[in-house]
Ligand binder design. Structure first.
Ligand code: ATP
Ligand code: LTN
Length: 327
């Protein structure tokens, strides 16, 4: 059987350069080597409050962003999580396999729960069981994600191993694929935080749909470190973050980049970075706008049909092994 990839993003806001550089871009690169499934995880989005009309619109927008990034529906399967009911059903089963203590240790839960104060849904806690279901339903080998998802991937592996031990070999145990550069793009307004679509400060992120003026303004305002020379330096996280974005957008090596900026200051870096981001994002946005509603719904319908057939077979095995046979 061909090796498989599964990954997804939540339609909770505007996807940003961090999502692209940490995840999407690797999906595009890997799709020809693996049988690939890319999902818009709308059931994950409702673990925090969402405006219904906004969620519906974002779900389609995220699928468009996948296509415009270069995910080819002729080789990869693109679908919406809620179109394949098996995700919710296997998530329930895995909720009965995972321990509460494991869920409470997840740093994403702790961070997001802090922001919700007293309104933390049970779904926010059990979110990793749904994510494990997404991955395990497809007998996935590799899960390309950003650094922030590493802990969820480790839990997914633990759940697969536990289920296999208790009920017999059923799930393939997946590996995370986390890129060396780009796995954690930091916020432009605070290099100690990751670039995030849910942060209230818009200036911390470059949205994939931002126009040229907005991109220039946000980079201009980006926080920098003390010092003046432009080079990769772990002791200067803000400049190193900007340089990493530049590296990924231009494909140049760190040596070439440092030579290019030798004797130049932060203003030049910010200007050149804005140029590189605009050169990349303008054609990207044109591709997003060129996808018709009809084409999108056909791709998502066909994707869901293909995904469902595989998911249903895995779930059938799971239920059989557990003694869930119905009437
Ligand atoms: P948010 O940006 O609101 O924190 P999220 O990380 O909770 O979003 P998704 O949008 O579902 O959720 O993430 C999609 C993919 O993008 C994941 O693989 C995630 O690891 C990756 N990703 C998110 N933020 C970054 C970042 N700042 N740098 C690199 N990768 C990122
Ligand atoms: N939790 C992920 C989104 C996600 C995912 C997945 C990623 C849900 N299910 C399965 C990879 C594989 C996040 O980025 N917040």
């Amino acid at each position: 059987m061909a090796k498989r990839i599964f990954s997804g993003a939540q339609p909770t806001g505007n996807l940003h350069l961090g999502n692209y550089l940490g995840a999407l871009r690797n999906w595009v690169a890997l799709q020809h080597e693996y049988e690939s499934f890319f999902c818009v995880v709308d059931l994950h989005a409702i673990t925090i409050p969402q405006d219904p009309a906004g969620l519906a619109a974002k779900t389609h927008e995220v699928a468009r962003l996948y296509l415009a990034a270069g995910i080819d529906p002729a080789v990869s399967t693109i679908f919406v999580q809620s179109d394949v009911k098996e995700h919710a059903e296997l998530a329930w089963v895995l909720n009965c396999v995972v321990r509460i203590g494991e869920l409470e240790r997840m740093t994403q839960f702790k961070d997001k729960a802090k922001k919700q104060r007293e309104n933390v849904s049970a779904g926010l806690l059990t979110y990793p069981a749904l994510m494990a279901a997404d991955i395990l339903l497809y007998q996935t080998d590799l899960v390309p994600v950003g650094q922030d998802q590493k802990q969820h991937l480790e839990l997914t592996r633990d759940l697969a191993e536990r289920f296999n031990r208790d009920f017999g070999e059923t799930f393939r145990v997946p590996n995370a694929f986390i890129p060396k550069v780009g796995a954690k793009i930091q916020a432009l307004d605070d290099p100690s935080k990751k670039m995030s679509k849910s942060d209230e400060n818009e200036n911390g992120r470059i949205s994939l749909m931002d126009d040229a003026d907005t991109i220039r303004r946000k980079f201009k305002r980006a926080v920098t470190d003390s010092g003046a020379d432009v080079r990769f330096d772990a002791a200067r996280p803000a400049v190193t973050n900007l340089l990493s974005i530049y590296q990924l957008l231009t494909g140049q090596t760190p040596e070439q980049i440092e030579a290019h900026f030798a004797g130049k200051g932060y203003a030049q870096l910010k200007g050149d970075l804005a140029d590189a981001a605009i050169a990349f994002l303008q054609p990207y946005q044109e591709r997003v706008r060129s996808i018709s509603d009809e084409e999108l719904s056909r791709i998502l319908r066909e994707g869901a049909d293909k995904a469902r057939a595989i998911a249903a077979e895995t779930l059938r095995q799971v239920k059989e092994r557990m003694g869930i046979v119905g009437a």
